[in-house]
Write a protein that binds this ligand. Structure first.
Ligand SMILES: Cc1ncc(COP(=O)(O)O)c(C=O)c1O
Length: 398
């Protein structure tokens, strides 16, 4: 059975991690892997998480199954975090939420759920989009088509083209949107653009599926949910996948959520029966540890405050690094305008250099990024920013 298997080429990010760890350059910098790192290069466990873990450890009475929808306290509190306390759709109980194994789990379960709603589903994804969106949705059986989103040459959003292309999306189609902190390009829709897109969805009847993997990493917890909350207010239906990997630092605990908003409360309730069915046929039950931690933090005012302030520190670090990079690149005599970096949000941006220049940065300076020149800003620190910006300026000069 297995003898005919040919080994697949390594995942580009995993290959990059391996190359980076083998590199003996003492100045090497990893800008590839998509996790938050602090000034010392560590992906920290948040203090609020540590505290909540202790509370959960004390309180836990059993390890029996929780059921396919996961931890109810988590589902209630994450729904409020995403949609905002007092949002009319929550008051009207139009949103049903389940805990999923990470944002990836939410995207995959969401995709399979959509195939319970229709035999074939076309989903429009941004060009570019996060690489894993393609297998997560495509392997589930959805048909993927692209809409223009970002131009790497000019480092600008292609909003007019996006809108005119999506004018071709019809009722029954799904449009995948990044709620904030677009991965990989960092260019987000502004409020007016969200409004224009919502009007188009209202007119054409397509279903937005929002991937909210970085709430709190861009402008703030509420600001980053602007698009979700607006669409929830104006549209009859919505699907939202969220992740607690980044904003709670719970990467390996695998905790995220899938929310289905229907026109009336019984639609969401019926949707959950289908989601439970999808979950039973996949992993049967989600893990509960991460959900219990998040639920505990969000339901305890002191822990919530502490978590919000840690999240703010992370957000400020990223946004300050973006400004610092622009200043250093320009002060170093960069032959190109990099101001766009400070106008974008989240951990990622495209440097906008060729694969050949990416290779020269790696071989000549020990600076590692994926071939598309997507950079994880959190890999930058006060200690390496001068080395990094000098290397970039020298590399793009030739
Ligand atoms: C755009 C996007 N969506 C979803 C995810 C899912 O993350 P996880 O499954 O680790 O929660 C990520 C993680 O990098 C992401 O960048």
């Amino acid at each position: 059975m297995f003898e005919s298997l040919k080994a697949l080429s390594p995942d580009p990010i995993l290959g990059l991690i391996a190359d980076f760890s083998r590199d003996e350059n003492p100045d090497k910098i990893d800008l590839g892997v998509g996790v938050y790192k602090d000034e010392t290069g560590v992906t920290p466990i948040m203090a609020a998480v540590k505290k909540a873990e202790q509370i959960c450890h004390q309180a836990e009475q059993t390890k029996a199954y929780m059921g396919p929808a996961g931890v109810p306290e988590f589902n209630d509190s994450i729904r409020q975090l995403i949609f905002g306390d007092g949002h009319p759709v929550l008051k009207n109980q139009r949103v049903s939420t389940v805990l999923t194994p990470g944002g990836c789990g939410a995207l995959r379960v969401g995709a399979e759920f959509l195939l319970h709603c229709a035999e074939t589903v076309t989903v429009w994804v941004s060009d570019p989009t996060w690489a894993n969106h393609i297998p997560l949705l495509g392997n589930a059986g959805l048909t993927l088509v692209q809409y223009p989103y970002y131009d790497q040459q000019s480092s600008q959003l292609r909003f007019d083209e996006m809108l005119s292309t999506l004018a071709g999306a019809k009722a029954g189609d799904v449009v995948l949107l990044h709620g904030c902190c677009h991965n990989p390009c960092g260019a987000d829709l502004n409020e007016e653009q969200w409004q224009a897109l919502t009007s188009l969805a209202e007119k054409n009847g397509f279903l937005p599926f929002i991937d909210l993997a970085y709430q709190g990493f861009g402008r703030g917890l509420d600001e980053d949910a602007y698009g979700v909350r607006l669409m929830a207010e104006r549209l009859p239906e919505l699907v939202v996948a969220s992740s607690c990997s980044k904003n709670f630092g719970l990467y390996r605990e695998r905790v995220g959520s899938l929310s289905i908003m229907g026109e009336q409360s019984h639609h969401g309730e019926a949707a959950v029966t289908h989601i439970n069915n999808v979950v039973r046929g996949n992993y049967s039950m989600p893990p509960s540890h991460g959900g219990a931690i998040v639920g505990t933090i969000l339901q305890d005012s002191a822990l919530r405050e502490s978590w919000m302030s840690e999240l703010e520190t992370m957000r400020n670090r990223i946004n300050n690094l973006r400004r610092l990079l622009v200043d250093k690149l320009h002060a170093g005599g960069a032959s190109r305008d990099f101001s766009f970096i400070a106008e974008q949000y989240g951990m990622f941006y495209f440097l906008g250099i060729s694969p050949e220049q990416v290779r020269r940065l790696r071989d000549g300076y020990g600076i590692y990024m994926v071939d598309s020149s997507r950079i994880n800003v959190a890999g930058v620190s006060q200690a390496n920013v001068d080395y990094l910006t000098k290397a970039i300026v020298e590399t793009i000069r030739t």
